[in-house]
Design a protein around this ligand. Structure first.
Ligand code: DC
Length: 211
């Protein structure tokens, strides 16, 4: 049986992860969050004192890495790692490394009926021939408000204007980079996630019935 692939792209804090998790559970698909791989590499470079402005050091380090964990963890969810991940994601060598990991993951994990993969370039570059491509859209102010609430609810100190500024900066880094910038992939359906989650899922369920 053919394994289906659903891609979810969109800017930082647009809700891709929550949507991907929901789809994964409801339709029994493997979920792969490609952002985790960029974050894991950022943490690796940070702990090994790799100068992230020096592409030669980065390439040298990549040659020594055999395995990267696909697991999420609080250590890779800090603001520092978020910023570092955006910075290293501009390098072609980093993107090729991460893309290979994703293709190997799909090749090896054949048990479930398919995959839902989220990131910034999944439908445009990594899995161009996906069965369904989604692009999640939410304006930066709503994204910042949601992230602010999340942080406050979890007991962290947070300042809304600072979060908004950081989200806009990450959008800029993601959209202006030379290699695989964040775009609406060809053939992708744009999903408006500014309303309720129920509304968002309703839009997606209609599309899923078609495939
Ligand atoms: O989705 P996230 O916030 O966990 O991603 C962290 C960073 O990794 C993000 O700022 C940009 C980069 N990234 C990317 O360039 N391409 C992807 N497919 C996924 C993430």
């Amino acid at each position: 049986m053919k394994k289906i692939i659903i891609t979810i792209d969109g800017p930082a804090a647009s809700g891709k992860e929550k949507i991907a998790k929901f789809i994964s559970k409801k339709w029994k698909l493997n979920h792969l969050d490609s952002g985790i791989l960029y974050r894991r590499l950022a943490l690796n470079f940070l702990t090994n004192d790799v100068d992230i402005d020096n592409v030669y050091q980065i390439k040298k380090k990549l040659n020594t890495i055999n395995n990267i964990s696909f697991r999420n963890s609080l250590r890779i969810r800090t603001q520092k790692i978020s910023k570092l991940a955006s910075k290293i994601a501009v390098y072609d060598c980093v993107r090729s490394f991460v893309n290979k990991l994703q293709h190997n993951y799909v090749k090896k994990n054949k048990k479930k009926q398919g995959f839902v993969i989220d990131g910034r370039d999944i439908g445009s570059v990594v899995f161009k021939n996906a069965d369904l491509k989604l692009y999640i859209e939410v304006n930066p102010e709503i994204r910042a408000k949601r992230r602010y609430k999340q942080l406050i609810d979890s007991g962290e100190k947070s300042i809304y204007p600072k979060i908004l500024k950081e989200i806009k900066l990450r959008d800029r880094l993601d959209k202006i980079r030379k290699h695989s910038p964040l775009i609406v992939p060809k053939g992708a359906y744009i999903i408006d996630n500014s309303g309720t989650f129920k509304n968002t899922i309703g839009q997606i369920a209609k599309l899923l019935r078609k495939i």
